[in-house]
Design a protein around this ligand. Structure first.
Ligand code: C5P
Length: 228
């Protein structure tokens, strides 16, 4: 890339989706492929950043040149991102993190009982990792969250994004619409980036790489504003 506008930046990106084990062979997961997060990591690297990629069950290859930390569960991701965020200039939380995990993880494969017609799983809440970072002191670290929403109405989608940015204490929140045919595992994405006071900083659509570049443009301009 011609632009080396992230030279000297330490960027942390979480990508993929967490898996919460039920037993040695089963998990609760989600359809996040990791493509958007990996595109952000690759683009940041090309723009000169030092990149730590926290990779949760990626369905695509890991980019070369990043410091990669592989995690699987939300609690592992929390540990890895909390460590890496220390002293980072930017943290991008692109990973889809499970809100709940099974209350108990069975040591052996769960069996069905003859005659069972169903079963109930008990789940407990996972910590909100982004909110944890957002509500702790993080001077000098720009926090970028994501929100995958199925809301079809554009105004309501924006409202959800604004509320989420505020609640989590993120500096920027990237909202994208997901569904059976949008968002996850696709090569293209359409996003709205929300900033402080709920302003729509920009909208972007196209390949996940082009969306990554636009998000990083915002990161660069927010960082120079903050430093000025
Ligand atoms: O609340 P919701 O899951 O929609 O928020 C999405 C954003 O919050 C993403 O940036 C995701 O990485 C982050 N998140 C988190 N910890 C959770 C759930 C989501 O950090 N337990």
């Amino acid at each position: 890339s011609a632009r080396r506008d992230l030279a000297g930046f330490r960027v942390v990106v979480t990508a993929g989706g967490t898996r919460e084990p039920l037993d040695p062979v089963r998990f609760l997961g989600n359809r996040s492929s990791g493509k958007q997060g990996v595109a952000i990591a690759e683009a940041a690297l090309a723009r000169g950043a030092e990149v730590t990629l926290i990779a949760a069950n990626l369905e695509i290859g890991e980019p070369a040149g990043c410091d990669i930390r592989r995690v699987s569960t939300a609690l592992e991701l929390q540990q890895a991102v909390t460590d890496a965020a220390n002293g980072a200039d930017v943290v991008v939380m692109a990973a889809a993190v499970a809100d709940y995990r099974p209350a108990d993880v069975s040591e052996s494969k769960l069996k069905k009982d003859a005659g069972d017609v169903g079963m109930t799983l008990e789940l407990v809440r996972n910590p909100d990792i982004l909110a944890g970072l957002g509500h702790a002191p993080h001077d000098g670290t720009l926090l970028v969250g994501f929100a995958a929403e199925t809301e079809p109405d554009d105004d309501r989608l924006l409202e959800l994004g604004r509320a989420k940015r505020e609640a989590k204490g993120a500096d920027l929140l990237v909202v994208n619409r997901v569904g059976w045919n949008e968002g996850f595992a696709r090569d293209e994405n359409a996003v709205v980036v929300i900033g402080h006071d709920g302003v729509v900083v920009t909208r972007a659509h196209g390949t996940k790489m082009s969306v990554a570049e636009v998000i990083l443009d915002v990161v660069v301009s927010e960082s120079t504003t903050a430093a000025a």
